[in-house]
Write a protein that binds this ligand. Structure first.
Ligand code: NAD
Ligand code: DAU
Length: 363
């Protein structure tokens, strides 16, 4: 039997690891069977779901290396001992939905800004312990950020050194979070890296977001609320590729550096919806043109040369990824039907009732 290479970070703290991308990262890392021990800290907000980690928990070898702690990244008392036991911290925890940030911005400040500060302070305390010889090395910190910090990109591609021009409460909070990370690298020499990922899709994606909302509504022959003219452009990245790229940056990224993670699949929303309906065999007449998102960013696009130079390449072609995603939602209806109950109904009414009442044919 061939020996597995020892992981660079044998003990990981993954915050927000019960969400969409974080749980993919955890499942994929555990499935490597390289001995990595993973502690997941997650508040289990409406977006967190223990079912997302069930695959790891069902396998005894993986379950033995996974520990779940329910808690808030903004709670220093919970965070400190977990960071003390970690060689690296990967922070996925965030309020992540732009529309919810427009309805209720405050939770975004608490988690996406203050939460990041609390995690950084815990890393700083561990760095001091390392300097006193009380642990081997300071923990590495990876902040999962987003292409939305660049704001709307009318033409060309965003580079890592470009100005940040966030335009929604969500992206402003994410920008603040990553600027705190940068400040800790500059001021305290913290070993920290930042990734800026593009629009991610795939299994276990919360149905509040465009692709899973439209798939699950279409399965039930419900209306599909397309904002404005539907010509906004997003660059789609498969979740396994996003999680893989984050792992690659964790292991190989330069301290203090930011890495864009583009998908290489820029599409207008309308094009994506056409393809989803084809895959599901459902009619375009389900699509309704509704009032636009306020401040809606027209386009995101990033240059990926820095990440490519680090040796990373995405694997999933968009067509295959979209087809696999549709299949997953068709075969995992219990997962999303449980989410589309309770809190969901209030949110859906608040976000869409007036919009759908005033909607028109999407042409
Ligand atoms: P998600 O909403 O599916 O998951 C977020 C997770 O964080 C949930 O499990 C939730 O319970 C947890 N959480 C929220 N607040 C917390 C707190 N205070 N303490 C502990 N846990 C908390 O989000 P996602 O789509 O998986 O995104 C993960 C990260 O990636 C986020 O930081 C997001 O900004 C970033 N990102 C997402 C995308 C995308 O398209 N989904 C693209 C680029 C970057
Ligand atoms: O770009 C990365 C970002 O992608 C992440 O940082 C965010 O966490 C993630 O939520 C996502 O943000 P978007 O706002 O781009 O994703 P969302 O799925 O909400 O919307 C995608 C596009 O679809 C956007 O142009 C708005 C539009 N849309 C969305 C919804 C939910 C609609 O037309 N109708 C809808 O009902």
């Amino acid at each position: 039997m061939t020996e597995l290479p020892a992981p660079r970070f044998p003990r990981l703290l993954v915050t927000g690891g019960a969400g969409f991308i974080g749980s993919c990262f955890v499942r994929d890392r555990l499935a490597r069977r390289d001995g990595t021990q993973i502690a997941v800290l997650d508040k289990l907000t409406y977006a967190g779901n223990l079912a997302n980690l069930a695959a790891g928990e069902a396998d005894p070898e993986q379950a033995a290396r996974l520990r779940f702690v329910r808690g808030d990244i903004a709670d220093a008392a919970i965070v400190a001992p977990l960071v003390a036991g970690a060689d690296a911290v990967v922070n996925f925890a965030a309020e992540s939905h732009v529309d919810r940030s427009i309805l209720d911005p405050e939770a975004f400040l608490r988690t996406d800004v203050l939460g990041v500060h609390v995690l950084l302070e815990a890393c700083r305390a561990e760095q001091e312990r390392a300097a006193r010889g009380e642990r081997a090395a300071a923990p590495r910190f990876l902040q999962v950020s987003t292409d939305e910090v660049y704001g709307s990109v009318e033409s060309g591609e965003s580079h890592e050194e470009d100005r940040l021009e966030p335009r929604s409460p969500y992206s402003a909070a994410k920008a603040a979070g990553e600027l705190l990370v940068h400040s800790c690298f500059v001021t305290y020499g913290l070993d920290a890296v930042v990734t800026r990922g593009s629009n991610t899709y795939g299994p276990y994606h919360h149905p509040e977001k465009l692709i899973p909302l439209f798939i699950t509504n279409a399965i039930d022959d419900q209306q599909l609320p397309l904002y404005g003219d539907g010509l906004q452009r997003r660059d789609w990245l498969y979740v396994g590729d996003h999680a893989g790229a984050i792992g690659h940056v964790l292991e190989h990224g330069l301290a203090g550096e930011v890495y864009n993670i583009p998908g290489g699949n820029e599409r207008a929303n309308r094009e994506v919806v056409v393809r989803l309906l084809e895959l599901l065999g459902k009619p375009w007449s389900l699509v309704r043109r509704v009032e636009d998102r306020p401040g809606h960013d027209r386009r995101y696009a990033m240059d990926g040369a820095r990440l490519a130079a680090l040796g990373w390449q995405n694997e999933m072609p968009f067509e295959a990824g979209l087809a696999a995603t549709v299949e997953w939602y068709l075969h995992n209806q219990a997962w999303w039907r449980a989410i589309k109950a309770g809190e969901w109904e209030d949110y859906y009414r608040r976000q869409y009732a007036t919009r759908l009442a005033g909607s028109r044919d999407a042409g």
